[in-house]
Design a protein around this ligand. Structure first.
Ligand SMILES: C[S@@+](CC[C@H](N)C(=O)[O-])C[C@H]1O[C@@H](n2cnc3c(N)ncnc32)[C@H](O)[C@@H]1O
Length: 258
């Protein structure tokens, strides 16, 4: 939820360098927060993600960093078939619908996960999970190679400006200093205030260059906002969006020349 790729650590410094490991602890807190009536995932993120996916009838979907698999289960109930969710946490729905398989695994290893060998997908999702890719270009190349004809990748990430705003306020620095800083930074998770999140910084150019290097072009880019109704009902969320902007959403297709 407007907060991807944190490396959560148990209030202690993460000396492992493994940004994903903390999700073994954080996953249930995230899912609890996501289902709140006023969560930004529910109000902004999932609606735009769902809209860009369109009619999924008969489409196979791979959700990389799928959380508990709830979004994918909804797609399968809407007609998606032969779909797979991969998540490092293993904190999955206890009874996924037929046509949905949930695999504990690393999205950095899509090309070597046994459950994915030889598979092709019409849609591949990285919803607030792409920041965990150890090698972002390689991960997108692997996803690109798994796309069926006419397939696309849907990728969302937190606006990096959000982190620059937070850090500039905290450090008494300027927005630009923080936006262009290359130093990792930490903050307390909004999903569990016992957990400190650490992030690698990125700029919008970084993201666009990763897409290019992986042989993808951007068919659509969106910066979704609250609906008028949600603004009225949840002014505290509008205040948050006014300050931190929200997420970036990209629909990516393979360049045919590569
Ligand atoms: C912010 S949550 C987003 C979950 C879901 N995609 C959604 O949109 O609600 C990030 C997810 O990425 C997963 N994750 C983190 N590192 C991962 C990795 N290396 N491989 C697979 N999943 C990972 C976490 O366990 C968590 O479920």
């Amino acid at each position: 939820m407007a907060d991807d790729s944190p490396a959560a650590t148990n209030s202690h410094a993460d000396t492992s360098g493994d940004l994903s490991r903390p999700w073994l602890e954080l996953a249930p807190d995230y899912e609890r927060a996501r289902t709140r009536e006023d969560s930004l995932d529910r109000l902004v993120e999932w609606p735009v993600q769902r809209e860009l996916l369109g009619d999924v009838t008969g489409r196979s979907v791979l959700d990389a960093g799928c959380g508990n698999g709830g979004k994918l289960a909804e797609l399968v109930r809407d007609g998606a078939t032969d779909s797979v969710g991969v998540d490092i946490s293993g904190n999955f729905l206890s009874a996924p619908p037929p046509g949905l398989e949930l695999i504990r695994g690393d999205l950095s290893e899509l090309d070597s996960l046994p459950g994915l060998t030889g598979r092709r997908f019409d849609r591949i999702l990285f919803l607030q999970s792409f920041g965990y890719a150890k090698d972002p270009v390689r991960t997108l190349q692997a996803a690109r190679a798994m796309l069926a004809d006419d397939g696309f990748i849907l990728l969302t990430r937190t606006q990096p400006i959000r982190y620059a705003v937070e850090r500039s306020e905290e450090n008494g620095t300027s927005l630009g200093e923080e936006y262009f800083s290359t130093a990792s930074f930490s903050y307390l998770s909004g999903w569990n205030d016992q957990i400190t999140l650490t992030k690698r910084p990125y700029t919008i150019s970084d993201l666009l260059n990763v897409f290019s290097a992986a042989g993808l072009w951007i068919e659509t880019a969106l910066e979704p906002q609250l609906s008028e109704d949600a603004r009225r009902r949840y002014p505290h969320k509008q205040a948050w969006m006014n300050k931190y902007l929200g997420i970036l959403v990209f629909k990516l297709r393979p360049l045919q020349s590569r």
